[in-house]
Structure formats: C-alpha cells, structure tokens
Write a protein that binds this ligand. Sequence first.
Ligand code: NAD
Ligand code: DAU
Length: 350
Amino acid sequence: MTTYLVTGGAGFIGANFLNLLVPRQPGDRFINVDKLTYAANPASLEGLEGSGNYALERVDVADAAAVDRLFEEHAPDCVVHFAAESHVDRSILGPGEFVRTNVEGTFVLLEACRKHWAGSYDGKLFHHVSTDEVYGSLGATGMFTEDTRYDPSSPYSASKAASDHLVRAWGRTYKLPFKLTNCSNNYGPLQFPEKLIPLMILNAVEGKPLPIYGKGENVRDWLYVTDHCEAIWRVIQSGATGETYNVGGHNELMNVEVVDRIIELVAAQTGGDLEALRGLKTYVTDRPGHDLRYAIDASKIERDLGWTPQETFETGLAKTVAWYLENDAWVDAVRSGAYREWIDQNYGAR
Ligand code: NAD
Ligand code: DAU
C-alpha cells in the first residue's frame, strides 16, 4: 500500500486527480491536504465521501508545524504537490500570498520530506506539479521543451519557477527523489470561474459581457484536465526519478478563437441566439506583462512513457460546456459565497 499526500486536492486539478485515482486505487491511501481557500470547493469531492482510502485534512502547506504533524500521523510515501495560488490576475493584484504558498509552502513540504524520510529514500517520491508559464513567452514560432530557459513574467509564474528551483535543488543537494511536470493550460469540470473558459461559459449563459484582454490574439495550448491527471499518474508510476516532463495538448488557439467556440457551443446547447451571444464579446484593457504565446513540446512524455491526450479540444470543450450547464448548484455555491459559509461552519471550530 502506498500513502499519497495530495496537496491542493480540493482545487480544480487536484479534485479531478482524486476523483480519478481514489476509486481506481482501492489498495492505496490518499490524504488530501488543502487550506480550503476561495479556490477550493469540497463539493468537488462529494463522490469520495465514505471511501475508506481517502481523507481530507484542512492544513496550510506553509505551516511547518501542521505539516510536520501530518507526516507523523500519515507517514506518506509520496507527496503529489498541487497546492498553489494559481490565478495570474490575482498575482498581479496581490503577489504576497503567491510567494507564501507557492514558494514557502513548497519549501516546508520539501523540508518535511527530508526530515521524515531521513535514513532511507527507498520508495519515496516528491512529485511537483508545475506550469509552462515558468518558461515565459514564445514569439510566433517555437515550442517549450524541458531544456527551455526559465523566464517567468508574472508574480504567479515567478513563484512557480522559484518552487521548481527549490525542488531540483533539494534533489541535487539532499538527493531527495523528485519528479516534475510542467503543463499547459487546463480546462474541464470543477474549474473556478475566474479562469478564461469557465468565466466565458457562465457569462455567455447569463448574457453578460465576455471580457477579452487586449486584441484576444494571445495563444494558449489547451489540455483537458483528466489528460493532465493521467500524465501526472503516468510520471509518478513510470517516469524517471529526477526528471522533468512537459505536458501539453497540441491545441494552440488564440483566446478569441476559444471564446468563439464557447459561444457556438453555448448557443447549440442552450438554444440561445448565436448573433446575440457574439455581440457579448468585449475587448478590455490587456493584462500587464501578458505572455503572447505558450506551446508545449510533449514528445518526451509521449516517447518515454507512452502518454497521449484522450480528448481533442472539440470533445473536451463540448463536455465542459455541458458540465457547467448541468451543475448549477456547484456553480452557485462557488460564486455566491455560500460554500465559504459552509466551510466556516463545518471547519471553523475544528
Ligand atoms: P486551483 O487554484 O484551482 O486550486 C488550488 C488548490 O490549492 C485549492 O484547493 C486551494 O485551497 C489549495 N491551496 C492554496 N493555498 C494553499 C495552502 N497554502 N495550503 C494548502 N492548500 C492550498 O489550482 P489548479 O488550477 O487546480 O492548479 C493546481 C496546480 O497545478 C498548481 O500548482 C498550478 O500551478 C498547477 N498548474 C495549473 C494549470 C492550470 O491550467 N490550471 C496548468 C499547469 C499547472
Ligand atoms: O499555462 C498554464 C497556466 O494556465 C497555469 O499555470 C495557471 O495556473 C492557469 O491559471 C493558466 O494561466 P493563464 O493566465 O493562461 O489562464 P487564464 O484562464 O487566466 O487566461 C487564459 C488567457 O485568457 C490569457 O491569455 C488571458 C486571457 N483572458 C483571461 C481572462 C480571465 C482574457 O482574455 N479574459 C479574461 O477574462
């Protein structure tokens, strides 16, 4: 039996990861370590309640004493580190929390591994979940490989770059066994509606303006979230220790193209007026330091580990629009703040 300490498991990608793996690996244990910030939603994990191999611990990964206690209590073999402040726009408005969680939180976890795994690293692993944004911006051509030089633009990507450097340094200096994945933009169910795709879906459904930064010509490389989760699992199981794997979907699109596809899907799935929906597109002031283009060369994980994405952008986006249309309760809870009250009620006195 392997015990996985999954940080940030109540967020978008972490919850998709746990929903996929907890039922599939009944012989393993999964401890979800999450501070339950605004970006978390315990409702995303409802299906796991009652699973004998799953538990949620409300803990801040930057709290060294609390993390130490978790290691004492659960004796994890593997840390899968998703927890982070993840939204670029929020990092521009308030970078402090990004440094605290993303940099200090990673440091605290690495130190806990070093302390509690001292003596033998046999069967131990720190898997660090990171982003392609550490590489900075591409021009019109080229792709990020695992050897691309780090050149982050935003406080978010700088904090993730710092965390990646810490992980590799703990590997080189203390021989801590680690693996690292740098992935492109994810989309799919359970994503907090501050990010482009869920924001545009919900605004379109409600007839609100669709705010496109600058000219809408920035390019992102979109990957369906469960394809990312399967890639992480593949790397944990079969990747080489000390190696980095880039993960991406070969779905490069300009933001305005993504918005156009969402509009078409919302019109088709709700019977809405296509022209009226198109009229909602609104060009707004650009994001400061906005990276022009991301594109991932995923040939290493494809060649060495046989991973390939299962969803195309067409199938994945259609499923995503349908999911947001069918899950009003999840959406309302996240947006109204009612779920925050639930969290305070349920966890406030613990
Ligand atoms: P998210 O914002 O949806 O979720 C983050 C989770 O981390 C939340 O549940 C939150 O409560 C938790 N968290 C935040 N601060 C914490 C702290 N101090 N202690 C414990 N838990 C804390 O993020 P996401 O989109 O699911 O991203 C997960 C990871 O994947 C991040 O490390 C991110 O950098 C990386 N990543 C994201 C994408 C993407 O497109 N979303 C792409 C590549 C990599
Ligand atoms: O590349 C991986 C990264 O993708 C992850 O590391 C981040 O955690 C994740 O948030 C995401 O970052 P982006 O900044 O690319 O995602 P976001 O959804 O915020 O924006 C996608 C693109 O859409 C970006 O070019 C900015 C633009 N945008 C975004 C919003 C929210 C708009 O034009 N309008 C908007 O309202």
